[in-house]
Design a protein. Structure first.
Length: 350
């Protein structure tokens, strides 16, 4: 008789702790952070969304030079978007002209493509063969699911509602991240233009436990050992934590971003479409405050993401947090500024 399938995700992956250190594209998920998390017995995750195929392979090589433990790669599922209308682009240019002037940037030139070629990224993932491939913003096409399974890669989708979780389960994923409204960074909502369902992690978990049969991974606002215990007791097999790791020594978090994260333990966050065109949660700043009042001057995702990239990069280079996406969850408390291994040790000390 064949052995029964093991539905325990972290045992299957041979993890010491039921923890995924969240994929955080755009810098924080450095090679050092991913390798440190995996080496410490959690699952480190590369946020590969903004990386091309060669960069994904080079990143994975570097992680493997540091650890032989399993790790994950994460990408954004692409959606076709209509051509950016000229009048809309004009409004976006006008609304951001003052920031570009302050940052001494030339007028923006926006042209498609607005994001990396997903199929080329996915081919790179298949060549790398990480233990896990995770994704946000929708379903992975069936042929991609087949190819990943053939390569022995476990698949993790992301849901913000029970309906999204059901669709992911039906598509054949091995586990699902349930991302609550508390979570830092982009909301994983399938439809970029839809209203945010705003479901908290504990409510979402309660809706899915007993209904969804694949392992559930809780994400959003988890900061402490008791937060972890509560999520596991409520039916999650694993937790995924992002914000708690942003100030670790290994994280690639930029200096002005880091400064904002640690200057107070009461980080004031909210969700905004201002930076990328998709809802994402971050610490309130001037760009968010001013742009949120001008929804007609915000382009669709991912065009807005490309459109604001020069502003965010110049803001980082000048050490200014005013125009940066300061992704952070609602979790309170001082962020750990030592090594990721020490933080993992403290989180699972009992
Ligand atoms: C800086 C940052 C970047 C993120 N980038 C990604 C990403 O590239 N892919 C992804 O699936 N989730 C991303 N997330 C969301 C995390 O996967 C996770 O849902 C979130 O961090 C959990 O909430 P917490 O930050 O309160 O722990 C990001 C989160 C942060 C804080």
């Amino acid at each position: 008789m064949p052995a029964a399938a093991d539905h325990n995700l972290f045992r299957q992956l041979g993890l010491k702790h039921p923890l995924i250190v969240a994929p955080m594209a755009g810098g924080p998920s450095s090679v050092d952070l991913v390798a440190a998390a995996s080496a410490a017995g959690a699952l480190g995750a590369m946020g590969g969304a903004y990386s091309n195929a060669a960069a994904i392979e080079a990143f994975a090589d570097q992680v493997r030079q540091r650890t032989d433990r399993p790790f994950s790669i994460n990408l954004f599922i692409p959606h076709s978007i209509p051509e950016v209308a000229a009048d809309r682009l004009q409004r976006a240019v006008a609304a951001t002209a003052r920031y570009r002037e302050e940052l001494e940037l030339p007028s923006p030139q926006l042209a498609a493509p607005y994001e990396e070629d997903f199929d080329a990224q996915f081919e790179a993932v298949l060549r790398v063969k990480p233990a896990c491939f995770s994704f946000v913003f929708g379903l992975l096409p069936i042929d991609h699911i087949r190819e990943a399974k053939k390569a022995g890669i476990s698949l993790i989708g992301t849901a913000t509602t029970l309906e999204e979780a059901r669709a992911l389960e039906d598509s054949g994923v091995d586990a699902i991240v349930l991302q609550g409204f508390e979570a830092g960074g982009h909301r994983g909502i399938f439809d970029a233009g839809a209203a945010d369902p705003e479901i908290g992690m504990r409510d979402l978990l309660a809706q899915c436990v007993g209904t969804i049969r694949v392992p559930l991974i809780a994400a959003g606002g988890i900061m402490t050992p008791s937060d972890i215990r509560a999520a596991l007791q409520a039916g999650a097999q694993v937790v995924q934590m992002g914000t708690a790791f942003l100030a670790c020594t290994e994280a690639g978090t930029s200096a002005p971003y880091r400064k904002k994260l640690v200057e107070t333990s009461e980080r004031r966050t909210r969700t905004t479409r201002a930076f990328s065109g998709r809802f994402a949660r971050g610490i309130e700043n001037r760009f968010m405050d001013e742009m949120d009042g001008k929804p007609d001057a915000i382009l669709a995702f991912p065009a807005q993401n490309k459109f604001t990239r020069d502003i965010r990069a110049a803001s980082t280079a000048k050490g200014l947090p005013d125009f940066l996406s300061l992704w952070s969850g609602t979790g309170r408390g001082e962020l750990w500024q030592g090594s990721a291994a020490e933080l993992i040790g403290r989180l699972f000390a009992e």
